[in-house]
Design a protein around this ligand. Sequence first.
Ligand code: IMP
Ligand code: MG
Length: 182
Amino acid sequence: MKKSWNFGINKILISEADLSKRIKELGAQITNDYKNSEKPLIIVCLLKGSILFMSDLCREIKLPLKMDFLSVSSYGDGFSSSGEVKILKELDETIMGKDVLIVEDIIDTGRTLDKIISILSIREPNSLKIVSLLDKPSRREVEMEGDYIGFIIPNEFVIGYGLDYKQEYRNIPYIGVMGSDI
Ligand code: IMP
Ligand code: MG
């Protein structure tokens, strides 16, 4: 039999209502922090995990902004990234002199963002900040801190709301903890 869309999700860690409430708060905070910027904010969505977060967050940022997309491959085993990063899809626009906000789904070991930061910072943006929906600080292997964090979570593998296991489960509308029977 075909499995259900939420097959193997053990429990709901963050509900749709809690996601929505926190994203409104993050949007308000970001709106306030960038309100005096002269140029439109450049939101860089890291594909694919951040697309749901990005699409909800950007509607809560009440400022002129542009969206761009960056896709990197990080070779891993499905549970974590190796930190070896290759660019699969480049940004469309130059970021020199712009205010850039990277939108990430989760900071885990910190290796992916560490590489992305070094790739983007040599392009000399006016500012470069990170917003991450989730943060698992207990898993950190390199020093990495988000400027805006939605939720700090324990060391559990989570799926849904953009986050995948082997490319599935991104369409689950909440953040769930993955069970061992997947
Ligand atoms: P890092 O380089 O270890 O910080 O890994 C970041 C990337 O690993 C995220 O953008 C996710 O794609 C993936 N990742 C880390 N933890 C999880 C998780 O609990 N669920 C799903 N993906 C995860
Ligand atoms: Mg992933």
